[in-house]
Ligand binder design. Structure first.
Ligand code: NDP
Ligand code: HSE
Length: 438
C-alpha cells in the first residue's frame, strides 16, 4: 500500500499571492512534492493561481496561472489563500475578504499580524476559516505552533531570542571579521534575508512585529507592534563591538517578551527589542549568520530552545507548506486550527518601568575619588552596581560598570547624569546586558 492511497478528499485549490523570494520556493515545493503533500493533507493540493505585481517579469512560472489581479484571484474559486507579498495595504483587505468568505489563510506577513491579528482572527471566526502564520516569526523554526498548541497547558514566563536574520548576519560579521555595516547589509539583501525595505530590519521594526506576535501568543494578550519598545542596530558602533569583545561578550539584537510581576503582585507584559551584550559562553552568542534562536521559559516545561534558519526562501517556504498542509487537512476532515487566545489581556508595561541591566563603559579622569563620585550617582538613582572594572591609561582611566536589575528609566537617568560629570571625559558605550547573574 502506498502513501497515496490515503488521498480521498476533494482537491484543495490554493491562491498564491506573491512569488518573490519565499513564494517562488513555495510554488516549487508545491509542484515538486505534490504527491506527498496530497498524501499528508488527505487531498490533492493544487496551485490555482499566482498573483504578482509584474507578470511579465516571471517567465519561469506557469503563464496560465499568472495574474496581477490579486483581488480577483482571492474572489475566485479557491479554498486557501497563501499570502507572500508583505506589508499592510492592500493585503489586509484581500485577507479579510478571503477569511470572511470562509477561505483559510496562510501568511508570513508579520507586519500585518503585529497590527491587525485581532481583526483577522475575528474575520476567520465569522466563517470558521483557519488563520496560520508559522513563517511570520523565525523562518523555518517551528515556534508558533509550540506556543499556540504544545505549551497551551503551561504558563509561559519569558520568550527571548534572535528573531531577525538580517541584523544577526550583520552583527555576526562585524564581530568576527570586522566587516562594515553597509557591505554586510547589501549581502543580506542579495541572499534574500532582508525585507523589501531593509530599514525594517536594521531599525528593529521587523523584530518588534515578531515580538508582538510572540508576546500575544505566549501571554494570551493582544500585543501590537506599537506596544513593543524598539531600538535597532544602526547605533551599534565598532567600539561597542570592541568593548564587548574585550570583556568576553558579544552584541546581539534580541526580542525579549516577559511576564513581569509588580511589587503589588499584579502581572503585566513587557515586550522589547534592542541590542544586548551577552557573554560569549551564552548559547545565543554562538548563533551566527541569518540563523535565529529563541528561548522559551515556562513554569512546568522549564527552559526550551528553538534554533534554525530564520530567513531565506526555502527555509521560510518549509514553514508555509507546513501550515498549508495543516489547513488543507482541516478542510478535508472538517476541523479547525487554534483560534485567537487573548483571554488574559494583561497590561503592557512601559519600557521605563521594565527591569533591565546596563553595561556602561566610561573614559574618566584618573585621580582620587573619581570612582566614588561615579558610584554615588548610581546610588542616587537607586541603581545597584554588580561589577566594576578599571584599567589605567596615561592620565585617564577606562571604567566599566555592570549594574544589577533596575527600572530602565532609572538606568537611563543615571547614564545621563554621569555624562554631565566633570570627571567623565566620555561615555564610550552603553548597552543592556542579558544572560549574567543579576
Ligand atoms: P519579495 O519582495 O521577494 O516578493 C514579494 C512578491 O509580492 C513579489 O512576487 C511581488 O511581485 C509580489 N507583489 C508585490 N506587490 C504586489 C501586488 N500589489 N499584487 C500582487 N503581487 C504583489 O518578498 P519575500 O518573498 O521576501 O517576502 C514575502 C513575505 O514573507 C513578507 O511578508 C516577508 O516579511 C515574509 N518573510 C520573508 C522572509 C524572507 O527571508 N525573505 C522570511 C520570513 C517571512 P513581483 O515579483 O512581480 O515584484
Ligand atoms: N527580514 C527578515 C529577517 C526575514 O531578516 O529575519 C525573516 O522574517
Amino acid at each position: 500500500m502506498t502513501e497515496m492511497s490515503t488521498v480521498d478528499g476533494k482537491t484543495v485549490r490554493v491562491a498564491l499571492l506573491g512569488c518573490g523570494t519565499v513564494g517562488t520556493e513555495v510554488a516549487r515545493l508545491l509542484t515538486e512534492h505534490a504527491d506527498e503533500l496530497a498524501a499528508r493533507a488527505g487531498a490533492p493540493v493544487e496551485l490555482a493561481g499566482i498573483a504578482v505585481r509584474r507578470p511579465d517579469k516571471h517567465p519561469e512560472l506557469p503563464q496560465h496561472l499568472l495574474t496581477n489581479d490579486a483581488a480577483a484571484l482571492v474572489e475566485s474559486d479557491v479554498d486557501v489563500v497563501v499570502e507572500l507579498i508583505g506589508g499592510i495595504d492592500p493585503v489586509r483587505e484581500w485577507l479579510l475578504t478571503a477569511l470572511r468568505k470562509g477561505k483559510s489563510v496562510v501568511t508570513a506577513n508579520k507586519a500585518l499580524l503585529a497590527e491587525y491579528s485581532a481583526e483577522l482572527f475575528e474575520a476567520a471566526d465569522s466563517s470558521g476559516a483557519d488563520l496560520y502564520f508559522e513563517a511570520a516569526v523565525a523562518g523555518a523554526i517551528p515556534l508558533l505552533r509550540p506556543l499556540r498548541e504544545s505549551l497551551a497547558g503551561d504558563r509561559i514566563t519569558k520568550v527571548m531570542g534572535i528573531v531577525n536574520g538580517t541584523t544577526n548576519f550583520i552583527l555576526s560579521a562585524m564581530d568576527s571579521t570586522g566587516a562594515g555595516y553597509a557591505e554586510t547589509l547589501d549581502e543580506a539583501s542579495r541572499l534574500g534575508y532582508a525585507e523589501a525595505d531593509p530599514t525594517a530590519d536594521v531599525d528593529g521594526y521587523d523584530a518588534a512585529s515578531k515580538a508582538a506576535i510572540l508576546a500575544s501568543l505566549a501571554f494570551h494578550t493582544r500585543v501590537t507592534a506599537s506596544d513593543v519598545h524598539r531600538e535597532g542596530i544602526s547605533n551599534v558602533s565598532a567600539s561597542d563591538i570592541a568593548a564587548a569583545k574585550a570583556l568576553g561578550r558579544t552584541v546581539k539584537l534580541l526580542s525579549i517578551c516577559e511576564r513581569v510581576e509588580g511589587e503589588d503582585g499584579t502581572e503585566s507584559v513587557s515586550a522589547r527589542v534592542h541590542p544586548v551584550m551577552i557573554p560569549r559562553s551564552h548559547p545565543l552568542a554562538n548563533v551566527g549568520g541569518a540563523f535565529n534562536a529563541v528561548f522559551v521559559e515556562a513554569d512546568a516545561a522549564g527552559s526550551l530552545m528553538f534554533y534554525g534558519q530564520g530567513a531565506g526562501g526555502a527555509p521560510t517556504a518549509s514553514a508555509v507548506l507546513g501550515d498549508l498542509v495543516a489547513v488543507a487537512r482541516n478542510r478535508v476532515v472538517g476541523g479547525r486550527g487554534p483560534r485567537e487566545s487573548a483571554h488574559a489581556q494583561l497590561p503592557v508595561r512601559p519600557m521605563g518601568q521594565t527591569p533591565t541591566r546596563y553595561h556602561v563603559s566610561l573614559d574618566v579622569a584618573d585621580k582620587p575619588g573619581v570612582l566614588a563620585q561615579v558610584a554615588q550617582v548610581f546610588a542616587a538613582h537607586e541603581v545597584s552596581i554588580a561589577a566594576v572594572r578599571q584599567r589605567d591609561r596615561h592620565d585617564t582611566a577606562s571604567l566599566v560598570i555592570v549594574t544589577h536589575l533596575a527600572p530602565d528609566a532609572a538606568l537611563e537617568a543615571t547614564v545621563e547624569a554621569i555624562g554631565k560629570m566633570d570627571v567623565v571625559n566620555e561615555v564610550v558605550s552603553v548597552m543592556r546586558v542579558e544572560g549574567e547573574d543579576s
